[in-house]
Design a protein around this ligand. Sequence first.
Ligand code: XMP
Length: 304
Amino acid sequence: MVKVDKFIPKAIEKISQQVEGKAIIALSGGVDSSVCAILAHRAIGDRLTPIYIDTGLMRKGETERIKEIFCDMNLQVIDAKDRFLGALAGIEDPEEKRKAVGETFIRVFEEEAKLLEADCLIQGTIYPDRIESEGGIKSHHNVGGLPSVIDFKAIVEPIEDLYKDEVREVARALDLPHEISERMPFPGPGLSVRIVGQVTEELVEIVREANAIVEEELVERFHPWQTFAAIVGKGTGVKGDVRVHGWIVAVRAVGSRDGMTAEAMELPWEVLSRIESRISAALPTVARVVYDLTPKPPATIEFE
Ligand code: XMP
């Protein structure tokens, strides 16, 4: 386990040495990038500009909350929804989706970096991201999905050797709000990997609403490592007297220590049943709601 008292000053010192000019950080609002933003801000002060890219693939209310929480920093919020949807259009393959999102991310950052004359990019990559990317299991957007031409002078990854629970400890020691330090992991490619197959604006809206319902029902009461909803395909349902071909929403709730392995949570029937009724009532194009029982392995946590 990391010794936070030693880790924090050492990380700050290392960032000051690595960053010569101005730096930007990809602030997503997750615990990883938030910890990096605070460390980097302490290391280089106003030479840091945290940038939040609104990809249009974030959870409900997330952008508004980030603006509130980081209002003390020189936060730049970039609306790039159309660019991300455009980059994803027509793509079905999960790894291609990750690459499309990753490349768009980096391009938007590069543009901002140039405007700000920043030559350093700070990233919240953690140890399991690195291991899984090196092992070819999945290209995480902040490691394997990078395009080959990057003109940043340096890429700094202050927490690349930490596991998630260690990052949370550092977050608590840095006095980040509970909402951030205990926040569930959320994939870099956002809701795009919670839609199996092609991503459209309509499906993003559906999955965003379903995710919000699942989080409301499960996070505070059961403290899962991760819980979410995904659209996994189409199936037949009945609306009134008519058979319809609607979306299948899968609910996932898992316990885990580090995301490398996970087990499905045993949830009370009344809770699962309420989730189903709320999703079916709120989203008329959903025909079916299912609960995923599969541990990791053999499944992964996300559906793609
Ligand atoms: P899987 O689905 O591989 O996920 O069991 C393990 C953990 O990683 C998250 N995840 C990602 N995070 N970019 C990320 O930054 C990605 O492409 C990505 N894919 C999965 C997942 O939510 C879980 O916490």
